[in-house]
Design a protein around this ligand. Structure first.
Ligand code: ADP
Ligand code: MG
Length: 254
């Protein structure tokens, strides 16, 4: 990309001076952030620093009190006054949580086909074809007829990923997707995410997996007490942090 195209490319995500409170707690303080199409941004920071709140704001799961958020040209406004664009954002943004949140009473296949059929209005055949392709892509097509309780945590999280991808999202959000997994299953989920990044998906990922961040992130953002304290390429932020608070955090997790 030359400078001219870069300057005219609309960001996939733009946060402008976002402030959010939980009662008296100022959980997002003047947050400015842009994410370019195809960019992989990893968000790190201590527990309680506001990472989940930040990414939940991006798909309208949390309201905020001032500022504006734009996701692929759809504008989210403060105090829940977003109107129709909220629905557009929810449809265009996929999210994978720490807890897999699969529908327990539905098979893997039904978990993956439900939203495309209900929200996108796809035919059964189209939804099934897409689901099989995505389950294959995350390496669990042989589990299609099972129920979530019959799967390992790593398999369930890959179903959750396939389910999110079935909606053909323009942006994927991940909130500690491997934190609830047994260590031996972390790799298979990170592998699927790595593939997705390679395919050019725009991703915002909260994770404590620093090896993954180093390898996959285009940019690492360090959040502390509701503020972005430091950001840059992983080699800078993780290996050569300028801020004392970043150094202190990294010395605890690395
Ligand atoms: P992180 O994901 O970095 O651990 P969170 O975004 O979950 O942090 O939380 C940031 C702060 O906001 C914490 O102090 C947390 O206790 C508080 N918080 C989060 N959600 C709520 C809520 N729904 N109501 C009140 N306080 C909340
Ligand atoms: Mg969190």
């Amino acid at each position: 990309m030359n400078d001219t195209t870069q300057a005219t490319t609309q960001p996939m995500v733009r946060l402008e001076k976002i402030n959010k409170y939980f009662g008296k707690l100022h959980v997002m303080q003047d947050i400015d952030l842009e994410v370019a199409p195809g960019e992989v941004v990893v968000i790190v920071g201590a527990s309680g620093s506001g990472k989940s709140t930040l990414i939940r704001c991006v798909n309208g799961l949390e309201e905020f009190q001032s500022g504006r958020i734009e996701v692929d040209g759809n504008e989210l406004l403060p105090d829940g006054k977003s109107g129709k664009s909220l629905q557009a954002v929810r449809t265009e943004v996929g999210m994978v949580f720490q807890q897999f949140n699969l529908f327990p009473h539905l098979s893997v296949l039904d978990n993956v086909t439900l939203a495309p059929r209900k929200v996108r209005g796809w035919s059964r055949d189209k939804a099934l074809e897409t689901a099989h392709r995505l389950l294959e892509r995350v390496g669990i097509e042989d589990q299609a007829d099972k129920y979530p309780s019959q799967l390992s945590g790593g398999q369930q999280q890959r179903v959750a990923l396939a389910r999110a991808l079935a909606m053909e999202p323009r942006l994927m959000l991940f909130d500690e997707p491997t934190s609830a997994l047994d260590p031996e299953m972390i790799g298979e989920v990170l592998d699927a995410m790595r593939e997705l990044a390679k395919d050019g998906m725009t991703m915002m990922i909260v994770t404590h997996e620093m090896g993954f961040a180093r390898e996959v992130a285009d940019r690492v953002i360090f959040v502390h007490d509701g503020q972005i304290v430091e950001e840059g390429p992983p080699q800078e932020v993780l290996d050569n942090p300028r801020q004392e608070r970043t150094q202190a955090f990294l010395s605890r997790v690395l």
